[in-house]
Design a protein around this ligand. Sequence first.
Ligand SMILES: C[S@@+](CC[C@H](N)C(=O)[O-])C[C@H]1O[C@@H](n2cnc3c(N)ncnc32)[C@H](O)[C@@H]1O
Length: 220
Amino acid sequence: MNRKYLILNETLYAYACRNRSHAGDPLLAELQEETLRVTEEFSRMQISPEQGSFLRLLAAAIGAKSAIEVGTFTGYSSICIARGLAEGGRLLCLDSSAEWTDIARRYWNKAGIQDRIELRLGPAIPALEQLEEDLVFDLAFIDAEKTEYDAYFERILPRMRTNGLILFDNMLWGGRLGNPACDDETGMAIHALNQKLAQDPRIEAVLLPFADGIQLCRKR
Ligand SMILES: C[S@@+](CC[C@H](N)C(=O)[O-])C[C@H]1O[C@@H](n2cnc3c(N)ncnc32)[C@H](O)[C@@H]1O
């Protein structure tokens, strides 16, 4: 069978990343630079710029008015999602770190989107269990503790509207998945979730092999 995909190298991936809307956004570039300087090795947790563009585009494409993010860090993905929301849209952010989300808050202000975003500090699972009864989401982005992804999913799915989108980051786990030798706890949790999502009749799922792998799920 003919291979129907490209094996990317640095040059080709960089080319793809350059040729998108909002490439080189100055505020996001500044946030990237500050995150690297302030959080040092933790800065690798930040999503990539092309993922940010993808989140923004998806939020806008589905006319999202209500979104949730689990794992905000210094705010990169939240800014992208919030910028894609429809007029009057709201993003609820969950994160356990006051230190990192203080940076996010500062950039929400700089971007002029602070009124669209609510941050709830603390562990995500109890926060999800305490959500107001009437909250429904059009879009969810999951990017916190990998071994808890399934727990986040089970708590968020009942709140998604039909055709709402749930995205999970790092679903190729640095390229370690698909290899039987990958036996670390986090990798196995992500693998189990990838398998579950593919079979789950409540959703439709595609594992997109860009950045570190994004599971894109549509609620049926
Ligand atoms: C990978 S980073 C998120 C990156 C972010 N989406 C961005 O674009 O920069 C993961 C974040 O999840 C938070 N986190 C980790 N475990 C958590 C938990 N159990 N509950 C809430 N937040 C958690 C961390 O504080 C960290 O800020």
